[in-house]
Design a protein around this ligand. Structure first.
Ligand code: COA
Length: 259
């Protein structure tokens, strides 16, 4: 169904593997196009409760946007490439009502680091390496990296990483708050799935509202507190809220329907 992605739906989690290992899974036009389509599938297929993004092979998550496609671009072409990617992939991942988590299994550089950062949170294998090396190419990040890296690790570290083009390892990424957990490569997907299975037992509409509210905070949305009040109120109209509170009072386990 996809040429550049492998997909595998198990227990409600769609594992999306970017599959160009000979090019370290670099994001060319085809990958960006297909990532847009798979995110639509995640939004629209009720059997999919969550998703994991990862890379094929043991070396790279994604080693960046495909540099070979940059040569022919002018100012308008460069801006259009960035805008299309941000609109159709990166922002859509960030705003997904279902959790999308990155399992970073190697190099996450440039667009790869940006792709991981657009996910709701990240796990990394011990061999993972993160960086925004665009200044090496006379470029800056264009898929949201200047904004999301700063949101995640703060201004000083973000400035240093983007100006030096340095790569950091998994442990430093964890210390900075860029990733939540570090696991041996062989355990990375299992650990990521385990966290998502726990989330699947929670009320899906409430989980979607957590995503929207936390995104507001990360983006410095001026109406973040007001939006939280509104969304808190909306929860009272859901069957899941009645089930969750009822189950607590009846001392039984809640079973949520996502309604
Ligand atoms: N775009 C296009 N092709 C890429 C790529 C990218 N971002 N990253 C890696 N590749 C290709 C290489 O050109 C090479 O292809 P080839 O075998 O046809 O020559 C293949 O993937 C393997 O990469 P290679 O550089 O040989 O592996 P390495 O182990 O020596 O180095 C990296 C690994 C990640 C350090 C190195 O590939 C690299 O610096 N990549 C670019 C990272 C970058 O600047 N990303 C930001 C882009 S905006």
């Amino acid at each position: 169904m996809y040429q550049t992605l492998l997909t595998d739906l198990q227990d409600g989690t769609l594992v999306v593997t970017i599959n160009r290992p000979d090019k370290l899974n670099a994001l060319n036009k085809d990958v960006i196009e297909e990532l847009g389509k798979v995110v639509d599938e995640i939004y629209n297929n009720p059997e999919i409760k969550s998703a994991i993004l990862t890379g094929a092979g043991e070396k790279a998550f994604v080693a960046g946007a495909d540099i070979s496609e940059f040569i022919s671009l002018d100012a308008a072409g460069g801006a259009a490439l960035a805008k299309k990617g941000q609109d159709n992939v990166f922002d859509k991942i960030e705003n997904s009502p279902k959790p999308i988590v990155a399992a970073v299994n190697g190099f996450a550089l440039g667009g790869g680091c940006e792709l991981a950062m657009s996910c709701h949170f990240r796990l990394a294998s011990e061999n993972a390496k993160f960086g925004q090396p665009e200044v090496n190419l006379g470029l800056i990040p264009g898929y949201g990296g200047t904004q999301r890296l700063t949101q995640l690790i703060g201004k000083g570290k973000s400035m240093e990483l983007m100006m030096t083009a340095d790569m950091i390892g998994a442990d430093e990424a964890k210390a900075l708050g860029l990733v939540n957990h570090v696991a041996p490569l062989a355990e990375l997907l299992g650990k990521t799935k385990e966290i998502l299975q726990k989330i699947h037992t929670k009320a899906p509409v409430a989980v979607a509202k957590v995503i929207a509210c936390v995104n507001d905070a990360a983006k410095g949305e001026k109406d973040g507190f007001a939006n939280e009040i509104k969304r808190f109120g909306e929860c009272f109209t859901t069957e899941d809220m009645k089930e969750g509170t009822g189950a607590f009072l009846e001392k039984r386990k809640a079973i949520f329907k996502g309604k």
